[in-house]
Ligand binder design. Sequence first.
Ligand code: GLN
Length: 208
Amino acid sequence: MSEVRIGVLALQGDFREHIAMLRRLDVEAAEVRLAQQLNDLDGLIIPGGESTSMGLVAERWGLVEPLRRWVHGGRPTWGTCAGMILLAEQATGQKLGGQALIGGLDVTVNRNYFGRQVDSFEADLDVPALGDTQFHAVFIRAPAITAVAEGVETLATVASRADDSKSVIAAVRKGPILATAFHPELTDDLRWHRYFVQIVNEFRSCSG
Ligand code: GLN
C-alpha cells in the first residue's frame, strides 16, 4: 500500500504549522484550496484560525459543498479550533446563524467559550488515547464542546474557566472524524498528528 497523503485546508489560519507537523512524521502533506484537490487525499485537516472568515472564503471559492460531501462521505477529517466549529452540527455564540457550515460531527460547540474571559491559556490534559503522559494544550480564543450525541467519544476534557469545579469537552472522535478545541500544531508534541494518521490508515484499509 502506498503512503497516505493528507491535505490541510489552506484558506486562512495556521495551515502551515499542520503541514510542518505532518512532514516531521514523514507523511505527505498538501495545501488544499480547490475542490478537485480533495480527490487525491486520504485525510483532511481543517485548521484553527477564524471560523467566520474561513467559512466566507470557503463559500466564495465554492468549497462548502465539496467539503460537505467529503465529510458526510465518511472521509477522515480532523478539525482544530475554528476547524472544529465548522464540523459541528450545532454552534452557539457565533455569527453564522447557528447552522453548521460543514457539519458531520454531532456535537454542539460554543464558539468562543473561552474567548471572553481570557484570550488564551495552556493546560495539561489527560488523554488516555495518547498514552500516560499528559498533553500540554494551547487554547486560543477557544471553543468548547457543550453537548455530544450518542456514539461521540470524549477524548479529553478541560476545567471550565468560569467554574473550575466543572469541566467541558475539549477533544472528541466519532469514527473518522476527530476534533480538538486546542492547537496541537503549535506544540512540539506530535502525538495528535500521529493519532490522526492512524485514523486515516484505519479508514483507508476499510475502504479498500
Ligand atoms: N473562536 C474562534 C472562531 O470562532 C476560533 C479560534 C481559533 O481557531 N484559534 O473561529
